[in-house]
Design a binder for this molecule. Structure first.
Ligand SMILES: [Zn+2]
Ligand SMILES: [Zn+2]
Length: 382
């Protein structure tokens, strides 16, 4: 088989603005927003597929599981709502592509599935995280545990943290925002060498901004799907990133010397707030979803929706729509209720009054949603 290396950049600063053409878009003139209302039958085919064998495997879901999955297809569903496009700079108008239904996901020969020898997701932190070592260590543990609940059935492990210097990657100061940036492609080369044999994938995370090549402003992340790796930055999830007073802006024009990483010592990293935790959980699970071969969702509100900017990313929910959930379930094989219970446990666990308690305030809406889903899965009337 020819080895196909798909490397793609996630979320970048230059958009191509193209208009959407589809009969399924309804224009809400008053708000100039577009709600993507797919006909129920189209959503049903996207979930079940047209192939006899795939329709048969759908029947392996329990009755309450099917009730939950199909609830999202109905107009006015209280659990899964249609996607609303707020402007031409949103992902879907800027990146027109065919939506991926369950069947096209399933038949993609290049998608990756975990196997018994390769079922661990490795997280590699690069550079410092948070204001203090204790908080940083705790924060990365929370992220790891969240990923393990989200990708229920897989093991998620942290690799020992590395400094920027040990990656030997190139770096620069961004001309517009005056913050430090690391070369994403070189970080991927570094991760490739660190990838353990039993890895389903390895993901590098950093609080330092990334750039893919000299001519680009920045990227939130970059991934190689066929090689099962990705690198993502949470730097721009700091609420103050775009403010002139952002603490990561270098005050004076420093002359950087490639190979001299001392500039990263004591470099600013964002404080770990509930919002930052939520945004990083969302980004990390979205990006790992791509490594499974799940493309950007255009069906319903879903964590796999593409996003071009922070406001759009904040609009996305934390979890998967029924169609993307079936994709993930077919790759891993969990019971849907077990996965939701694990996520609920993550929110409720450790969010107490201890000093470094998990800041889960921003997850309250998600918690209520999980309870609603579980009520359906446990056969109770909601
Ligand atoms: Zn994406
Ligand atoms: Zn989806």
């Amino acid at each position: 088989m020819v080895s196909v290396s798909i490397v793609f950049h996630l979320l970048f600063s230059a958009f191509s603005l193209k208009r959407i053409q589809s009969s399924t878009y309804i224009l809400e003139h008053a708000l100039k927003m577009q709600v993507i209302e797919h006909p129920v039958e189209r959503l049903r085919t996207a979930l079940l597929s047209t192939r006899k064998d795939l329709i048969e495997t759908y029947q392996h879901f329990s009755r309450p599981e099917k009730t939950l999955l199909e609830e999202g297809l109905l107009p006015g569903s209280s659990l899964f709502s249609p996607i609303t496009i707020h402007s031409d700079s949103d992902w879907i108008p800027a990146h027109p592509e065919d939506p991926q239904d369950f069947q096209s996901f399933y038949v993609n020969p290049y998608r990756r599935s975990p196997s018994s020898g390769c079922n661990t997701i490795y997280i590699q932190t690069i550079g410092s995280f948070g204001e203090g070592a204790v908080v940083a260590e705790q924060y990365v543990e929370w992220l790891k545990d969240y990923c393990q609940a989200f990708y229920y059935g897989l093991v998620v492990k942290l690799l020992p943290p590395v400094t920027v210097a040990s990656t030997a990657c190139s770096f620069r100061i961004n001309d517009n925002t005056h913050n430090l940036q690391l070369h994403a492609g070189e970080l991927l080369n570094f991760l490739k060498k660190r990838k353990p044999r039993d890895a389903f994938c390895i993901v590098g995370i950093t609080m330092i901004d990334l750039y893919p090549r000299d001519s680009w402003n920045f990227v939130f992340g970059q991934a190689s799907l066929t090689e099962g790796m990705g690198v993502f930055s949470f730097a721009r999830y700091d609420d103050h990133f775009y403010h002139r007073s952002y603490a990561g802006r270098l005050k004076k024009k420093i002359k950087l010397k490639q190979g001299d990483y001392s500039v990263f010592e004591n470099y600013y990293t964002p404080p770990i707030t509930s919002i930052l935790l939520l945004r990083s959980c969302k980004t990390l699970t979205h990006e790992i979803g791509h490594i499974f071969g799940v493309k950007h969702c255009q069906w319903l509100n879903c964590v796999m929706q593409g996003s071009n900017h922070l406001e759009e990313s904040d609009r996305r929910p934390l979890d998967l729509c029924p169609i993307c959930l079936r994709k993930l379930q077919s790759a891993i094989g969990f019971k849907i209720a077990d996965r939701y219970k694990a996520l609920l446990c993550w929110i409720e666990d450790g969010a107490d009054t201890r000093q470094h308690s998990k800041p889960t305030q921003a997850f309250q809406e998600y918690k209520d949603w999980l309870y609603k889903c579980l009520r359906i899965l446990e056969g109770e009337k909601s």
